[in-house]
Design a protein around this ligand. Structure first.
Ligand SMILES: [Zn+2]
Length: 138
């Protein structure tokens, strides 16, 4: 049994059988970052019992794809470069929309909880939402 694990971890004279370099570390870092976003999204969905895409999902998508793009450029592989050249656009756009929406929330004058934009009453305590100066439509 020890020989099975030893063979799995140390294969052909390399850890995991991979010929490690700085580029391999960067590429595997990108792989692990990019694939960890699925665990984050799955956990958030199971926790709230509805489909949820947490903001961490978009940060992991952006960072993972950026690392994989750098790795792809180091390999000068056009297929791999193209695969990670444009996905950052929706990741960044989703982050901008998320933070813009978060900023538009108001603080409840009753309980202090965040009130969604355009809500007239606090969903927590029912207090009437007062428009902060930056939220008053012009
Ligand atoms: Zn409230």
């Amino acid at each position: 049994m020890a020989s099975f694990w030893q063979n799995l971890l140390w294969h052909h004279g390399h850890f995991l059988g991979i010929s490690w370099s700085v580029w391999k570390l960067l590429g595997w870092g990108g792989n692990l970052t990019f694939s960890s976003r699925f665990i984050v999204q799955w956990y958030a969905t199971e926790k709230s019992r509805q489909v949820v895409v947490p903001v961490l999902f978009w940060w992991l998508s952006l960072l993972g794809s950026l690392l994989l793009l750098i790795y792809a450029f180091s390999k000068t592989d056009s297929v791999f470069i193209y695969a990670y050249l444009f996905p950052w656009v929706p990741y960044v756009r989703n982050l901008i929309i998320h933070y813009r929406h978060q900023k538009a929330h108001m603080d409840c004058p009753g309980c202090g909880e965040k009130i969604p934009p355009h809500a007239n009453f606090c969903p927590q305590c029912g207090a009437r939402a007062e428009l902060a100066p930056q939220n008053i439509p012009k």
